[in-house]
Structure formats: C-alpha cells, structure tokens
Design a protein around this ligand. Sequence first.
Ligand SMILES: CC(C)(COP(=O)(O)OP(=O)(O)OC[C@H]1O[C@@H](n2cnc3c(N)ncnc32)[C@H](O)[C@@H]1OP(=O)(O)O)[C@@H](O)C(=O)NCCC(=O)NCCS
Length: 162
Amino acid sequence: MSKIPCTLRIARGSDIQQIAVMSRCLIEVGLRGWTWHPTRIARALRSRETCVLVAETEGRFAGFAITEFGDTRAHLSLFAVQPAHQRRGIGLAMIEWIMESALTAGIKQIDVEMRSNNFAARSFYEALGFVPKGQVAGYYQNIEAAVRMQRRIGSMAAAPEQ
Ligand SMILES: CC(C)(COP(=O)(O)OP(=O)(O)OC[C@H]1O[C@@H](n2cnc3c(N)ncnc32)[C@H](O)[C@@H]1OP(=O)(O)O)[C@@H](O)C(=O)NCCC(=O)NCCS
C-alpha cells in the first residue's frame, strides 16, 4: 500500500479517550480488564519521563506511541496505528521520531514487549532493526507471554546488538 504523509505532535487531553479505546481494542483485546484506561493515559500525559506522541493524517488521529525515557534506555509502552491507516508508514514515522529523540537525550537502547501471538507487531519491529531478546512468561495478566525486543541506537544506521 502507498505511504501517506503524517504529522506528529505531543498528545493533549482531548486524545486520552481515543488512545485508551485503541489500546483496549487493538492491544489488550482478550485480556482481563482494561489496564491502559483513560486515567492511566492521563497519568502518562502528566509524567515528566513519558512522551505521548500522536500521529495525524489529514488532520485526523491516526496513531499514537507512549514511550518512557530513562537515563540510558527508552521503553515503548504502548504503540498503535488505526487499522485503516496501517501499512502506510505511520508506525515507521513515529519510531523514527522516538529514536531521534532518544539519541538526542543520549539514550542508546529502545526496549519493547508485545504479545507472543502478535506476529504483525513482531514483523514491524524486525523490519525496523529490533532483535528478539526472549520471552517473558505470563507478562500479560498470566494469560499470555510477551516477546521482548531491543534496538540499539548508537547511530541511526547502527546494526542492532546481537
Ligand atoms: C504494529 C503497527 C503499529 C505497525 O504500524 P504501521 O503504521 O502499520 O507500520 P508501517 O506501515 O510503518 O510498517 C513499516 C514496516 O513494518 C513491517 N510491517 C508492518 N506491519 C506489518 C504486518 N502486519 N505484517 C508484516 N510486516 C509488517 C513492514 O516491513 C512495513 O514496511 P512495508 O509496508 O513497506 O512492507 C500496527 O500494525 C498496529 O497498530 N498494530 C496493532 C497494535 C499493536 O500491535 N501494537 C504494537 C504492540 S507493541
């Protein structure tokens, strides 16, 4: 599918519901309860260590990324693109923005976990140079294991650490 331009901006309060609903429907589907509920998203917006990024196409909400920035590592906590806009380069645009920001902050590594049956996400991260670092049993409410992946970002073109 052809790529579409998107603009990236920091999330605002009016995005909270949309982000929480996308989390429930696209990431937490089938799990007990709703862990990334609006209150938690609002907390992420207020946190000084967390960046909540929003992607828009034609002025409409298309995706988001929640990243926690530590001293040496960044952690992708939640990441999704609206189904109608997937495979158009929006996820890639958000990851590139996060990697540039992390590099600027002196961060050398990005970590992410995904549900072990989420093969689309795994293909996405592999295409972007992330490498699998093993499984974490029961990571998702003891219902499902996580696959952990990492990307070294010493330079944007750097090969991932094996
Ligand atoms: C994973 C996700 C964020 C990818 O976002 P996206 O905007 O569709 O990804 P992009 O268009 O930037 O894809 C970049 C590259 O990643 C790979 N890729 C992305 N989605 C893929 C899929 N479903 N299957 C195989 N490869 C895929 C491709 O190499 C793609 O390049 P190409 O389209 O030129 O072949 C999106 O599928 C999504 O929101 N999924 C549901 C929520 C989710 O699983 N979040 C991640 C939890 S950690």
